[in-house]
Design a binder for this molecule. Structure first.
Ligand code: MG
Length: 386
């Protein structure tokens, strides 16, 4: 095999300069499969196999943002098996973003991993998958995440170690309060007592009521997400000052993403950082987001997964921009994958798995409001059922 574990460690740029590289290079060979794994026939080279199935996430509460309401989210659960080891991935596809069970399954049917010698050629494999078709970022992320999980399991290291991040430096996650009635907002704020930061959805005519209601319950920091819901830039600036005076520390996507000049005007004058979410999808969007936004919201389901999300953090930092790490409603698979990047961000909104009632994995947890990584290989998940 031209691509084995040792070659990966030697050549992988993610390990350059990392203290774990030396430790990994001297660790016992991972070529020996775990004891429970099937033993392959002598001489038969192992190949990767991709499996995937549609699944529907049930939300605990109706979730309302500026543009829509829903109670379920379609996802696709992926598995990549290689040499008796399985990595897990997920595509989460809120309907308003354009992907669906049908589109993801159609995309994944085009993915042929059996033509690669091993999962350690991750960069080339993911480059090929991205080139299969335009769009499909969540479907692509489902392969990216499963491949990262697989590689981490074969290396017997969690990704925070492979990237060289301190697992103690994870942020607090915000807990999201959707647009709702005064009574429900008050109740949800009370239920969120464990969380140190609240994220409030704004963008309708109830914005001041939402924030004032939360403030009758708690004075903890609030981040706000307008989801492109405001229209007038002068009114938006007034609102930013009003929010700032009430302890709102950051605002996501206040105006429609197409209004680039107005967003830059607002960012230049805002008392709080303005974060681009809908307006910043992938790595190539970052250079043009500089000056338009103070920072970016990175989500694995927008940017095709862990590989590009990692690159986006590095580029945004180099450009002096703030970084937020967000999510869709996802199982603990997608959330755990993102959480390995969380020691490197200013804000995390990784509550996606807390909002659902039928999770399929056990992984990264939120403990006293803090993103808490598991010391397990790969992305750190275990399958709960079927
Ligand atoms: Mg957002």
């Amino acid at each position: 095999m031209s691509h084995n574990r040792r070659d990966f460690l030697k050549h992988s740029s993610v390990l350059a300069g990392s203290a774990v590289a030396a430790a990994l290079a001297t660790a016992p060979s991972a070529a020996a499969a775990p004891t429970a794994a099937p033993v392959r026939r002598r001489g038969a080279a192992p190949r990767m196999t991709l499996r995937f199935r549609p699944y529907t996430i049930q939300l605990r509460h109706v979730f309302t943002i500026a543009t829509s309401s829903r109670t379920t989210t379609p996802v696709v659960l992926t598995e990549i098996e290689y040499d008796g080891v399985t990595g897990y991935g997920e595509a989460s596809m809120p309907p308003y973003l354009g992907e669906s069970h049908e589109s993801a399954l159609a995309f994944l049917k085009q993915v042929d991993l059996s033509r690669y010698e091993s999962p350690f050629g991750l960069e080339a494999i993911l480059h090929d998958i991205d080139a299969l078709a335009p769009g499909n970022p969540a479907a692509k992320a489902s392969v990216d995440i499963a491949l990262h999980d697989l590689v981490g399991r074969l290396l017997r290291q969690p990704w925070y170690n492979i990237w060289g991040y301190d697992p103690q430096k994870t942020p607090y996650t915000s807990f999201t309060i959707g647009i709702d009635t005064q009574d429900v907002v008050r109740q949800k704020t009370q239920e969120a007592a464990e969380y140190k930061v609240l994220k409030v959805k704004l963008g309708r005519d109830t914005d001041k009521m939402m924030v004032e209601t939360i403030r009758t319950v708690t004075d903890k920091p609030i981040t706000a997400d307008v989801n492109q819901g405001w229209t007038d830039r002068a009114a938006a600036l007034d609102m930013l000052h009003w929010l700032h005076e009430r302890g709102v520390v950051m605002v996501e996507q206040p105006l429609p993403k197409e209004r680039v000049d107005d967003l830059a005007w607002l960012t230049a004058r805002s008392p709080v950082p303005i974060i681009g979410d809908e307006g910043v999808q992938r790595l190539a969007d970052i250079p043009k987001a500089k000056g338009v936004y103070s920072g970016i919201n990175i989500k694995l389901m927008k940017c095709t997964g862990m590989r590009e999300a990692h690159q986006m953090i590095v580029l945004a930092r180099a450009l002096g921009m703030k970084v937020m790490l967000g999510c869709m409603t996802e199982t603990s698979c997608g959330i755990s994958a993102a959480s390995h990047l969380s020691p490197m961000v200013d804000w995390a909104d990784l509550d996606g798995a807390l909002l659902i009632s039928n999770d399929v994995y056990d992984g990264t947890q939120v403990v006293d409001g803090k993103v808490t990584l598991r010391n397990r290989p790969g992305i750190g998940v275990r399958k709960l059922k079927g």
